[in-house]
Design a protein around this ligand. Sequence first.
Ligand code: 5GP
Length: 113
Amino acid sequence: MPTLFTKIISREIPAKIVYENDHVLAFEDIHPQAPHHVLIIPKIEISTLNDLTRENASYIGEMMLAAKEIASKLGMSSKGYRVVMNCNEDGGQTVFHIHMHLLGGRAMHWPPG
Ligand code: 5GP
């Protein structure tokens, strides 16, 4: 089912876009949890990580490559950053179009809450 992220891809809903190619789109999270908080999404609808298959799994590689590139542009490569994907209720997923959270600009804690 289309979500608000599909509407961000089609520009029906505005977002601060920081990166785009044929496979992925990345934009600033509306409620940032770190000085840099970017969401990276595939340009196809995959609801949750449970819906990943051999046929669509290459999007995960594209999302990771985008994360690496955006982190570099934001000057986070050497100090570091975190990439997170939430799945379903216990994972804290609220938008059902898979996405990576790229977080950086401060030290992250482990274990997460
Ligand atoms: P999840 O909880 O599903 O892992 O992450 C969804 C993320 O989407 C949240 O961090 C939330 O702040 C962000 N978000 C929700 N609605 C919008 C929106 O309309 N625009 C943007 N840029 N981010 C959103």
